[in-house]
Design a protein around this ligand. Structure first.
Ligand code: COI
Length: 369
């Protein structure tokens, strides 16, 4: 049955256009300065799953609210996963996705970790392409603008027993976005939490599941109260190795031009942006290490000048330089709180490929016709 549905969706997901799309003038007003995750498009994609029929009923329809039973397992046990990816406007007016196959693969892996049925990768890809086709007019024309796609899967049903569900809803919503960080400073500040950890070995750290993000919010709140933009999590065992920020990976750049990022040891999200930047840095001839980096070393290297730059990266954050690191016993600065040269080169190399301003040597860009 899954194969039959798969064949059906390869030839195109049925599209029922919204009968009440946002008027063109209103949409133009919303796209001037959309912020992040506040402006939503007219449509959504949906595919349903149950044990008998597998994945079925793929469709793109008007964006609408879900009706769910209050005993639906996602509401109690957070059996939920998601992805974040972007579609960009091309110089010729078309649209393109960046490495959607990497998101499809990660989504399937997250599903397996959370005892959910993996969505066939081709179905995932067809659903996001269908959304870009339906809502391409929602891609902002601004320099930083893009269409942020949010595929997600939730466990549906009506029971409270501790077991995996047998019914699931997969959906894709889309949001017109500008840059993730609002401030006027070229760099962001981060707070190193000592009280909370994001993920432990054997846990769900490398799955993109909602629970990881819910669990980070109290620490992110701590960061905001400390006057910082983002929280930094250390490892759960020794509480000294830098792992990840609230919703983004982290990189360090040294005086010899080498670049380092924490290794993917099961507790860190396999960021698509992280992976792309490692490749681009190596293309530039830079040495890249995927090795642990401790918070004491980060401070010592920033103070001695051995560390020149640090940045956060992710689909939402793109590449955002870190200028100030604060912890309970004080703070230290990086690169005079200015955007560093290598951070800036890596950011441009990535963004130029994504937006079609530079060749795409790794075949990462997929045009949506
Ligand atoms: C993304 O970069 O797409 C993320 O998932 C971060 C998000 C939670 C804002």
């Amino acid at each position: 049955m899954i194969d039959e549905v798969f064949e059906a969706t390869k030839s195109g997901i049925p599209f029922e256009p919204s009968s009440k799309p946002v008027p063109v003038e209103e949409r133009a007003r919303l796209l001037i300065d959309p912020g992040f995750g506040k402006v939503f498009t007219d449509h959504m994609a949906m595919i349903e799953y149950d044990e008998q029929d597998g994945w079925h009923d793929a469709r793109v329809t008007a964006r609408h609210a879900f009706t769910m039973d209050p005993a639906s397992p996602v509401l109690h046990y957070a059996q939920e996963i998601f992805e974040g990816m972007k579609a960009y406007r091309r110089p010729n007016g078309g649209a393109a996705l960046f490495r959607p196959d990497a998101n499809a693969r990660r989504f399937a892996k997250s599903a397996i970790r959370m005892a959910m049925p993996p969505l066939p990768e081709e179905m995932f890809l067809e659903s996001v392409r269908a959304m870009v086709r339906a809502d391409r007019e929602w891609i902002p024309e601004t320099e930083e603008g893009s269409l942020y796609l949010r595929p997600f899967m939730i466990a549906n049903g009506s029971f409270l027993g501790m077991r995996s569900s047998t019914q699931f809803i997969y959906a894709v919503i889309a949001s017109s976005v500008g840059s993730y960080f609002k401030g006027s400073s070229p760099t962001v500040s981060v707070w190193v939490t000592r009280e909370y950890v994001r993920a432990a070995p054997g846990g769900t750290g490398e799955a993109k599941c909602g629970g990881n993000y819910a669990g980070s919010l109290v620490a992110q709140g701590e960061a905001i109260r400390q006057g910082c933009d983002q929280v930094v999590f250390l490892d759960a065992i020794e509480r000294r190795w830098v792992e990840e920020l609230g919703g983004m990976n982290v990189f360090f750049v040294f005086e010899d031009g080498s670049v380092q990022t924490p290794p993917l040891d099961g507790t860190i999200l396999h960021g698509v942006t992280r992976d792309s930047l490692i490749t681009l840095a190596r293309d530039m001839g830079l040495t890249v290490r995927e090795e642990p980096y401790s918070i004491e070393q980060w401070k010592a290297d920033a103070e001695s000048g051995r560390l020149r730059e640090a940045f956060a990266c992710g689909t939402a954050a793109v590449v955002t330089p870190i200028g100030r690191v604060k912890q309970a016993d004080g703070e230290f600065l990086i690169g005079g709180e200015q955007t560093g040269r290598i951070t800036s080169r890596l950011r441009s190399a990535l963004v130029d490929i994504q937006r079609g301003a530079a060749p795409d040597p790794h075949g990462w860009v997929q045009l949506v016709d």
